[in-house]
Design a protein around this ligand. Structure first.
Ligand SMILES: [Fe+2]
Length: 434
């Protein structure tokens, strides 16, 4: 025993050798590397009771993907020129997390899915082609992994890096998750150079598993893996969670939406990208959470054309002032590249009339996917008719429609407010003297 305690430079749990591939322990247990970037990227080593390749050779089967997970590869088609509001998906029959996965939109590097699991997984899953980011809109349970279990609940993000063996144990009640499948890289924490590493959250908010639940069990343990649309099942005679220790920083983790501490601005409007939590290749993920309303700046989204991304928003909780009463919890909107959108008429009226709600009481998850992004047939089957009509007030409310005097009125108004100043700004005399 040493006189003082130390922590090592790499996270570790359980029984591990002093360093990877070294020391006497490696002659008694079986080391396995989970490695990215060839052998030069992020890595974790796990130490197993049994060899990782002890599969039963005659039991490997390529599965019929269409029968196994009928909507995961739902056919895609181009999308443009029309906004969509997707209703909550109700599966025709109870399916587990993966067999019930349904694709909504996808580009070359990221796909967004929805799943409403209502059946247990009687197999383990490994995604060999993508890292998965879950947002738990509804439900709770335990994500069992090689590195230990992670308990999750409503409002949690779960990050399951590529290749990690895992299984979802569902809690009671309905479950509904949005899932972002990243084919070209793991989520990177978003940080602006000028606001640093604690906005909009801290790395200390990530929770990695630390409780090993080592299984020394024999039987038939099925693992289903996926690469693109190829689903393969293999069978091992020992439990895949036969891990006695691990060391590394390539790990699954959870992150609670309540730990997002958003950037706010009194005198301007923080753009959606200011609420980014994760960057993925070809996608950024934002959380709009409960926050104070801009005091003097625009507290609504400005009308905008996003010329490089399709925008998705999953509505988790709240009033959704910008939804114009059309969007309810669990729905997802799709705003395709280039097509203008922005506040619905009632919300804009409230802003123009000087109202200020004080607090944005909402939680929504936005994932913007780089163009070209396509929409699935399944998503189109969930599209609620009439979403484009939610801006219809702009063509019927006299406040917004054509009038012969409009130009002259605006010119006169502009003159009147030309010298107006924000209340929160320094006054002219404030900087004078010492
Ligand atoms: Fe937008």
């Amino acid at each position: 025993m040493e006189k003082f305690e130390y922590f090592r430079g790499t996270p570790e749990v359980g029984i591990v050798p002093k360093a990877p591939h070294a020391g006497p322990l490696i002659r008694h247990v079986y080391e396995q590397e989970h490695g990215r970037g060839g052998f030069a990227g992020k890595v974790t080593h796990t130490y197993h009771l049994y060899p990782a390749t002890n599969w039963l050779p005659d039991e490997t089967r390529v599965l019929d993907g269409g029968a196994w997970a009928p909507h995961w590869e739902s056919p895609l088609r181009p999308l443009g020129g029309t906004h969509h509001a997707l209703t909550v998906m109700t599966p025709a029959e109870p399916r587990d997390v993966y067999r019930g996965m349904a694709r909504l939109v996808a580009n070359a590097t990221v796909a967004m899915h929805v799943t409403a699991p209502a059946a247990p997984m009687d197999y383990f899953f490994e995604h060999h082609g993508a890292t998965l980011v879950y947002f738990v809109h509804q439900g709770a349970g335990t994500l069992e992994t090689t590195f230990g279990p992670i308990e999750f609940r409503k409002g949690d993000c779960l990050v399951v890096p590529k290749g990690i063996t895992h299984r979802f144990e569902l809690g009671s009640g309905p479950q509904y998750y949005w899932v972002y499948e990243s084919f070209a890289g793991d989520p990177e924490k978003s940080e602006a150079p000028t606001t640093g590493q604690f906005i909009t959250h801290s790395r200390s908010d990530y929770k990695f598993p630390r409780t090993l639940d080592t299984r020394n069990e024999s039987g038939r343990f099925e693992i289903v893996s996926k690469v693109d649309g190829i689903y393969t099942r293999r069978v091992h005679p020992t439990h895949p969670f036969d891990v006695i220790g691990w060391r590394g920083d390539y790990l699954p983790y959870k992150f609670a939406v309540e730990d997002v501490r958003p950037l706010v601005a009194d005198r301007s409007h923080v753009p959606p990208s200011g609420h980014t939590i994760f960057k993925l290749p070809g996608c950024y993920l934002c959380v709009f959470t409960v926050r104070s309303v801009e005091k003097e700046g625009m507290w609504l989204p400005f009308f905008h054309k996003n010329l490089d991304y399709l925008e998705t928003i999953g509505y988790h909780f709240g009033d959704f002032f910008s939804g114009g009463g059309v969007v309810t919890q669990g729905m997802v909107t799709l705003h395709p590249v280039g097509l203008p959108h922005g506040p619905k008429p009632r919300a804009l009226e409230a802003f123009l009339d000087g109202q200020n709600p004080g607090v944005h009481h909402e939680v929504a998850i936005m994932a913007d996917l780089a163009n070209p992004t396509q929409v699935s047939e399944l998503a189109l089957s969930l599209s609620k008719p009439g979403y484009m009509k939610s801006w219809a007030g702009y063509t019927t409310d006299p406040r917004f429609t054509w009038s012969a005097n409009r130009l002259a009125e605006v010119q006169a108004l502009a003159e009147r407010v030309a010298d107006a100043r924000d209340e929160l700004a320094p006054k002219e005399r404030d900087g004078e003297g010492a």
